[in-house]
Design a protein around this ligand. Structure first.
Ligand SMILES: Nc1ncnc2c1ncn2[C@@H]1O[C@H](COP(=O)(O)OP(=O)(O)OP(=O)(O)O)[C@@H](O)[C@H]1O
Ligand SMILES: [Mg+2]
Length: 596
């Protein structure tokens, strides 16, 4: 169950570059026609590129003959211009052709990752940091797009150009020209790869720090209110800045080593070109080569290094992209702790009998939360769970919803274990008003209809009326269109709870769970809602979790849960008669009420 955090799983030693790259192939394959078209255009553009110095040589040679030609070599000049134009044209067409492939892949991947994130368990989502994960996702999809780009626009074209130049040099000129060219290229690539590899760890650290800083900033801003309560702006900013401090050092180091790299590359090219020019000049002096030839070899070699110069950057970016997509594919490979069984059936709720059978449960192996919990809520009845904070009440509702799997024992509805049915059908049947309601930062209307997007406006209003919030909403300046703020913070606690209740009423599930659903309400509003809830809960199996015992005295069964164990069980009268834990809790609350 251990969750690898994304801060630590970055060492590039155990990256799965090869398999990651293979996972990109299907996205290319989906548009094989376009990919092929782009490749053809690319070769055509390269042929035009290499043709340019060839024509230049002809022009120089014509001009260099003893007797100047009577007419300008118009055809050659036009050809020269045309080739340049074609080069640009083919390159642009290639970009257009490939754009769909790239962006489609980005879109599909983003979608796949998001849908995978939703399929992961609550456990995963409680342990992750939203800011960090959205960065990973963003960088990952950008990485895939970049890798495709490099392949189609840099690596393959450079290789093609290389082949063309080699073909020309070997065919037309003395062997030393090829030797110099290829030796230079060899050293150039070797040097680039060596230094880039060395620089890589700096870049990795930078990425980590970047993610950390971002996650920290987002977490702080999400908790804006808490930060202010404790006057901790400076603390948050300092924490952020400490991370950025290290990031800054890394960034400077990264830049310095990049300059070293660029300088080294430039030196290798300078040496290569000088040797090349030496041989070419020698050739012209010896009269084995024309001036045009000299211009040509020089132009060819320099032209070759233009993309190679990029290759250095490409390699670096490629490695970074590989690291980025590794994080993303790592996310995709993360399996959910809670998964549907193969061929899981749909839950078929007939009566709505909920049963917990000898349930043991722990969030962490070292700390067991529930011990041998067994109870049954008969069809259409109301069961209340009371007990001290931290006793495991909310945990019960999470198990019923199958956010987690039990360690031992089973949770079942109408005899069907929640592990055996699809999560979708289970969650269709169960409606929860959670202990802490959080709302989407959208309109109230959106937040309510979220429960059942195909509901009519009238049904939404009706649900709000039952939750005793309709009148409040309509008197707001923007009515149902009022936007509730991030996590619903612009509504009061009680208003939020009532929105959550309206939402569940609209969902109209067979089984209801109310986790402290009315805890933020004043006694009067609570009474109003309780009577609506009693109406809603009629004929429905209901699990109510409450601290205020007066709200659940009418329950058919009351469980007293303490430290994950059921200490007492019975209805209100029976439990009072027992004179145990419930009895003392009840008296305590009566006393408090008297004191008010
Ligand atoms: N995701 C989690 N990971 C680890 N421990 C958890 C997790 N959620 C809850 N716990 C622990 O499990 C115990 C039971 O929590 P639970 O939320 O079920 O208590 P509760 O009875 O609902 O309490 P309250 O009345 O305060 O709402 C608590 O001690 C809590 O710290
Ligand atoms: Mg709770």
């Amino acid at each position: 169950m251990s969750i690898r955090t994304h801060y630590t799983d970055a060492p590039h030693k155990d990256r799965h570059d090869f398999s990651n790259l293979r996972r990109i192939v299907p996205f290319l394959w989906e548009y094989k026609g376009r990919v092929l078209g782009a490749l053809v255009l690319l070769v055509m553009a390269k042929v035009a590129t290499v043709g340019v110095p060839l024509i230049l040589k002809e022009i120089v040679d014509v001009l260099g003959t003893e007797k100047l030609p009577l007419v300008l070599p118009v055809a050659l000049l036009l050809g020269y211009g045309a080739l340049r134009l074609l080069n640009v044209l083919f390159s642009e067409l290639r970009d257009i052709m490939f754009a769909r492939v790239r962006y489609h892949a980005m879109r599909n991947l983003s979608k796949e990752v998001l849908s995978h994130l939703y399929s992961l368990s609550l456990q995963f989502h409680l342990e992750r940091r939203t800011g960090g994960i959205s960065r990973d996702l963003e960088r990952g999809t950008r990485g895939v797009s970049a890798i495709m780009n490099y392949l189609v626009f840099n690596i393959i074209p450079t290789a093609a150009e290389f082949a063309l130049v080699a073909f020309l040099l070997l065919g037309e000129y003395a062997i030393q020209f090829s030797i110099v060219t290829f030796t230079t290229v060899f050293f150039y690539i070797g040097f680039t790869l060596f230094l880039t590899n060395w620089r890589m760890h700096i870049r990795h650290r930078m990425n980590q720090l970047d993610s950390n800083a971002n996650a920290m900033a987002v977490d702080g801003l999400i908790n804006y209110e808490t930060v202010k309560y404790f006057n901790n702006d400076h603390y948050e900013i300092n924490r952020y800045d400490d991370t950025l401090d290290e990031w800054e050092d890394c960034a400077v180091k990264s830049q310095t080593s990049m300059s070293l790299l660029n300088f080294g590359q430039g030196s290798i090219i300078a040496i290569g070109v000088t040797i090349m020019m030496y041989y070419a000049t020698q050739g012209v002096v010896d009269d084995t080569m024309t001036i045009g030839d000299l211009v040509l070899v020089n132009a060819l070699m320099l032209q070759l290094f233009i993309p190679l110069n990029f290759l250095g950057i490409i390699y670096r970016s490629l490695m970074h992209s590989l690291a980025d997509i590794d994080l993303m594919f790592g996310l995709l490979d993360k399996n959910s702790d809670v998964t549907d069984k193969e061929n899981a059936a749909t839950l078929n709720v007939t009566q709505g009998v909920v049963r917990f059978d000898n349930v043991d449960f722990s969030y962490h192996p070292e700390r067991q939360i529930l011990h041998q919990v067994s109870f049954e809520i008969p069809a259409g009845k109301k069961l209340a769970v009371v007990g001290p904070s931290g006793g495991g009440k909310t945990t019960l509702s999470r198990l019923l919803f199958r956010f987690y799997d039990t360690d031992k024992g089973s949770v079942s509805i109408d005899g069907q274990s929640v592990n055996e049915v699809t999560q979708e059908s289970l969650r269709q049947a169960v409606g929860i008003v959670p202990q802490d309601t959080v709302l989407f930062n959208e309109s109230i209307y959106h937040n309510i209809i979220y429960a059942r997007p195909d509901a009519t406006r009238e049904e939404v209003f009706e649900a709000s009326r039952m939750a005793n919030i309709h009148d409040f909403i309509v008197q707001l300046p923007d009515g149902y269109d009022t936007v509730v703020g991030e996590r619903g913070l612009k509504l009061s606690g009680g208003e939020k709870q009532r929105v959550a209740i309206a939402r569940v009423i609209l969902k109209n599930p067979k089984i209801l769970v109310f986790d402290e659903a009315t805890s933020s309400l004043d006694s009067h509003s609570e009474q109003v809602i309780l009577s609506s809830l009693a109406e809603v809960a009629q004929q429905r199996t209901t699990l109510v979790i409450a601290h205020r015992l007066s709200t659940i005295a009418d329950a058919d069964i009351i469980l007293v849960l303490e430290e994950g164990q059921i200490k007492e069980q019975g209805n209100h009268q029976q439990l009072l008669a027992k004179k145990g834990l419930y009895h003392s809790l009840w008296n305590l609350q009566l006393q408090e009420q008297d004191e008010l």
